[in-house]
Design a protein around this ligand. Structure first.
Ligand code: Z5A
Ligand code: MG
Length: 212
């Protein structure tokens, strides 16, 4: 009865602090899964360009305004993610709504307020959180010139991600934490150990993609 649905792909999200190895691991994962990869913020759109100039500290924006732009930037891509997944292709995301909540909350914005604009976006089948303490992250080449690239703020974001993890699990999402302090290959192996059963389950259960 659900031959259509069983053909759908998976939506896998990789989250973590700066320098945790997200982009490196997303590239590896996308290759292994023959997946399309997307990075948020998606800096090439009109909204993405505004975000980019904010991160480069060329432009000031109200905390709530930038939060909503990050969310709108995901909404710009939501339809194409759903279409891709429904057509049978796997999609791997480098950051997603959970970064949105963690970074904005760390500036003092209310948790539920931060969560609201992303409600209804495609629900990841699995979120892999690359966990690294802020000192270890900073030691990887040090921080650059972008906004947020400061030790104390990154430590706060890490705490916020732990709250997000609990919240995601409460809402029925799949969240897996991986020690990002291990070697590149070890981290890849651990990610694959979490991803394989997730793909098997989608294949066998054939459920539709959910919503945040
Ligand atoms: N942000 C937000 O506020 N709200 C939102 O909704 C979203 C984002 C979506 C830009 O994001 C900022 O936007 C970000 C959050 C905020 N601010 N901060 N912080 P971004 O994704 O463009 O930020 P980032 O610049 O991606 O971080 P990154 O530097 O690209 O880190 P990464 O992708 O996690 O790491 P990487 O490039 O794969 O690796 C970094 C270095 O570490 C590199 O030299 C690697 O070779 C090395 N590395 C990686 N893994 C290892 C291991 N296992 N061992 C040793 N060395 C390693
Ligand atoms: Mg990156």
């Amino acid at each position: 009865s659900n031959t259509e649905a069983t053909k759908r792909g998976a939506l896998i999200v990789v989250e973590g602090l700066d320098r945790a190895g997200k982009s490196t691991q997303v590239a590896r994962l996308a290759e292994a899964l023959e997946a399309r990869s997307i990075k948020f913020p998606e800096r090439t759109t009109a909204i993405g360009k505004m975000i980019d100039s904010y991160l480069a500290q060329e432009r000031e924006l109200d905390d709530r305004a930038i939060h909503l732009l990050f969310s709108a930037n995901r909404w710009e891509c939501a339809r194409s993610i759903i279409e891709e997944v429904e057509s049978g292709r796997n999609v791997v995301c480098d950051r997603y709504a959970f970064s949105g909540i963690a970074y904005s909350c760390s500036k003092g914005l209310d948790y539920e307020w931060c969560r609201n604009p992303d409600i209804g976006l495609p629900l990841p089948d699995l979120t892999v959180f690359l966990d690294l303490d802020a000192e270890a992250a900073a030691a990887r080449g040090g921080y650059g010139e972008e906004r947020y690239e400061k030790l104390e703020f990154q430590a706060r974001v890490r705490q916020a991600f732990h709250l997000v993890a609990q919240d995601v699990s409460r809402h029925g999402g799949q969240w897996s934490t991986v020690d990002a302090g291990a070697s590149l290959d070890r981290v890849t192996e651990e990610i694959m150990e979490k991803v394989r059963p997730c793909l098997d389950e989608i294949r066998s259960r054939g459920s539709k993609i959910g919503r945040l």
